[in-house]
Design a protein around this ligand. Structure first.
Ligand code: PXP
Length: 245
């Protein structure tokens, strides 16, 4: 089973927004990422629209020929409306606050079980695959299974932060979380702070990994290597996973 690379294009919108016009053109970048080998496109609209805008998401949806993943907090009614309207392949539910710089924690699936169950039902009834962003904590991943979600996305910031010091230690909790997800019949995604250095080891050691979504590091690498080369480099890091298994 190959691991899908979903490219998060929020940073492209941030660059565009810094000057007001339409350069770079996020729609064109979405088309090109797919042409260059991305298996999916991810967007994370936030209420202040400081990077990808709600209107961008509506414009991008029809040109997606791979998988479209929309991340966000379902507590925003506008987000729920958008997702139900656009009907992406997947919605990833993230518990971030409106002004938060970037996602920095997963759901408390134990405390929020009833809420998450009701939201998972709304999206699944619309034919949209649901993924819930979680920390790599066994009981949190196990409780996610009670919400009716299809998948969990493991928050990989902690792995990335400790990778250089001690990668075996850094990945240990993620292996257990992945095994827990599999034991409960949940699919598995991962994301946040994955990069060209830490991606291959992660993909090699995480059983059942189906998809990674990567934005910041990939777009930063593209400044040096170009978008096409960079996407191919990240794909190779994932394919190294397949041949090492
Ligand atoms: N997954 C989630 C839920 C996120 O919020 C983000 C950042 O928007 C990512 C993955 C991608 O993280 P990064 O930009 O560090 O690759």
């Amino acid at each position: 089973m190959s691991v899908k690379l979903s490219v998060n294009i929020n940073k492209i919108a941030t660059l565009r927004n810094s000057r007001g016009g339409n350069n770079p053109n996020v729609l064109q970048v979405a088309v090109d990422c797919q042409r260059f080998g991305a298996d999916g496109i991810t967007v994370h609209p936030r209420p202040d629209e400081r990077h990808i805008r709600y209107a961008d998401v509506r414009d991008i949806a029809p040109i997606i020929t791979t998988e479209f993943n929309i991340e966000g907090n379902p507590r925003e009614d506008k987000f729920v409306e958008l997702v139900l309207d656009v009907k992406p392949t997947q919605v990833t539910l993230v518990p971030d606050d409106p002004g938060q710089l970037t996602s920095n924690h997963g759901w408390d699936t134990i405390k929020e079980k009833n809420y998450l169950r009701s939201m998972a039902e709304v999206f699944r009834n619309a034919g949209i695959r649901v993924s819930i962003f979680t920390d790599p904590v066994e009981r949190i991943v196990a409780a996610a299974a009670d919400t009716g979600t299809d998948r969990v996305e493991l928050y990989t910031e902690d792995y990335a932060r400790h990778y250089a010091q001690d990668r075996e230690h850094a990945i240990a909790a993620y292996v257990v979380a992945a095994q827990t997800a599999a034991a409960h019949g949940l699919g598995l995604n991962a994301g946040h702070d994955l990069d060209r250095d830490n991606l291959g080891y992660f993909a090699t050691h995480i059983p059942g990994l189906q998809e990674v979504s990567i934005g910041h590091a990939l777009i930063a690498d593209a400044l040096y290597y170009g978008l096409e080369n960079t996407i191919q480099m990240y794909r190779r890091a994932l394919h190294q996973f397949m041949s090492n298994r």
